[in-house]
Design a protein around this ligand. Sequence first.
Ligand code: GRF
Length: 185
Amino acid sequence: KKAAVFASGTGSNFEAIINKADLACDIVLLVCDKPGAVVVDKANLRGISTFVCQPKEFHSKEAYEKQIVEKLQEAKVEWIFLAGYMRIVGPTLLNVFEGRMINIHPSLLPKFPGKDAIERAYQAGVDKTGVTVHFVDKGVDTGPIIAQREVPVLQGDTKETLKQRIQQTEHQLYPEVVKQLILKK
Ligand code: GRF
């Protein structure tokens, strides 16, 4: 099965996904909304096709997403994995891929949805937080949860050390959940 990853930034989760040997699907495309993002270099180095496209070049979000849907269909993509794609998915894209689009979020949803989730959990003084993989729906980090893993906040943690622990957990959990999901379908 063919899949695409959507990312806007560093792409450490993209890397974790493409590095998994027995993923059960092929990552054939990276979609990125930020020219110059590090994740684009990572895809290029690995010979994975990229589609870099900025919403501001289109007259509407619908036109932007239509272009993406075309690319995905051309590449025969069936699954989409969001990995730090910093946009809300609109109906143009969602209507085609709902139920086949998943996201990873660095908190135990429904706690701390949206941006800066790690920082907000840290500031709130919680003793544990975590990572959630969920289906994408029209809300922000509100779709049905597929898997969660807890991450403790340890004494002496800084935002940075907590972030590292969360990211390590993401890099283990996301490729594993992707694999299980594809195998089940
Ligand atoms: C991850 O923490 C992910 O949970 C969130 O965005 C971050 C992306 O990081 N949605 P990276 O680009 O994969 O390093």
